[in-house]
Design a protein around this ligand. Structure first.
Ligand code: NAD
Length: 354
């Protein structure tokens, strides 16, 4: 495959690791990265090591704000919690401060083959609206996200014709769950002619990565009983710490709104209601508190009922299982885009490329 020039929107816990994982994969040149405060662009290729060193322990994290989403100057919805104007990419020699980081990347989009959106999703229409802005700028290449929420997929489908008209190939929910595990479920389903259930059960240990992954932890809290997207967005860091203390560092989630359900339905594998997603997050130990397992139960053509399972090795980190697939799906999407195949795809509809 020819060299792929790619950008990462959001250099938090996930986006930083996207850049790092990409250095281990062939044919990828990172040419742009941005966070809420700044942007770094170099069409000859960013110096990933320098950028990672500069942002180590210094992520411009927190919920998304709207300041460069609403060109009309629309106010941010709810309180915006920032970690200082100098946090994140502006601390890198390659970075510069900007009020319009995403627009600055869009302005260079003619020379970019793929854009990976590692942005927060606490305002769940944030990523669809960013996609729309690329389409409105007549970007003709690949967009990919690692979002989690089921409801966002419909928002992307609503914009599908606009994306096709622009010439965009969009892969949504292309991280771990949804993402790798959704794709694994679609493969595991092939033994059967009818699927009864898909159960996804994940385990993540984050002790050494907790500081880097506060954005993801905040979003996960929104899935707990008694919390929702709005309340999780408004929580202070101290409130999050207190909640984690109450649970001794271990949060268990049942029946999460994860887009694996609608993405498997899109791919024709089963009904969304037959899919359940849950898991355990432990922010005080690196070991996974439980083994990530996908169980697909179905009926075979000759009348047997069985369960195919797919497990991740406990040694593989969340960051490895999100970013490896995201890059694999990004590469697959570039091949599709170059073949003139545009539109919205989920991770159960195409095979990631290594
Ligand atoms: N599918 C999966 O398996 C999976 C797993 C983990 C995380 N995720 C998703 O990955 C996403 C990123 O998570 P994270 O932990 O890296 O979050 P984070 O908070 O650490 O990072 C978010 C980044 O986005 C930037 N950002 C916020 N608003 C912005 C704006 N208006 N313009 C430009 N940049 C902006 C921030 O500065 C930061 O760099 C989340 O949506 C999370 O749900 C998915």
């Amino acid at each position: 495959m020819d060299d792929i020039r790619f950008a990462v929107l959001g250099t938090g816990g996930i986006g930083r690791r996207t850049l790092e994982v990409a250095t281990h994969r062939d044919g990828l040149t990172p040419v742009a990265a941005c966070d809420r405060n700044g942007v770094a662009i170099d069409h000859d290729g960013l110096d990933v090591d320098e950028l990672l060193d500069a942002t180590e322990g210094n992520i411009a994290s927190g919920p998304s704000d709207e300041r460069d989403v609403a060109p009309d100057g629309g106010a941010a919805a709810g309180g915006v919690k920032q970690h200082g104007e100098q946090a994140g990419i502006v601390a890198s020699d390659q970075g510069r401060e900007t009020e319009t980081p995403i627009d600055d990347v869009i302005a260079e989009a003619d020379e970019i083959d793929a854009v990976l959106m590692a942005l927060p999703n606490l305002e769940h229409d944030f990523i669809p609206r960013v996609a729309q802005r690329f389409a409105d700028a007549d970007y003709e290449a690949v967009l990919i996200d690692v979002l989690k929420r089921s409801r966002v997929i419909g928002m992307l489908e609503d914009r599908e014709q606009r994306l096709v008209d622009a010439g965009i190939t969009f892969v949504c929910g292309a991280g771990a769950t949804p993402g790798l595990l959704t794709g694994a479920a679609a493969l595991a389903a092939q033994s059967f002619v009818e699927i009864e259930s898909v159960d996804i059960w994940w385990g993540v240990g984050l002790k050494s990565g907790y500081e880097d992954n506060r954005g993801t932890v905040r979003e996960d809290i929104a899935h707990l009983d008694g919390y929702d997207i709005e309340s999780a967005r408004e929580m202070s860091e101290a409130e999050i710490e207190a909640l984690i203390d109450e649970h001794d560092g271990r949060l268990e989630f049942d029946d999460m709104e994860h887009a694996d359900d609608v993405l498997l339905e899109r791919a024709g594998v089963c009904d969304a209601e037959d899919v359940t997603v849950g898991g355990i997050l432990d922010v005080r130990q690196d070991e996974k508190p439980t083994t990530t397992t996908v169980s697909v139960t179905g009926r075979t053509f000759d009348g047997e009922t069985g369960t195919n399972t797919f497990q991740l090795d406990d040694a593989t980190s969340m960051e490895a299982n999100v970013n490896g697939p995201a890059i694999g799906y990004l590469k697959a999407a570039v091949l599709r885009n170059r073949a003139g195949d545009y539109g919205v795809y989920g991770p159960a509809e195409l095979m990631p490329t290594f």
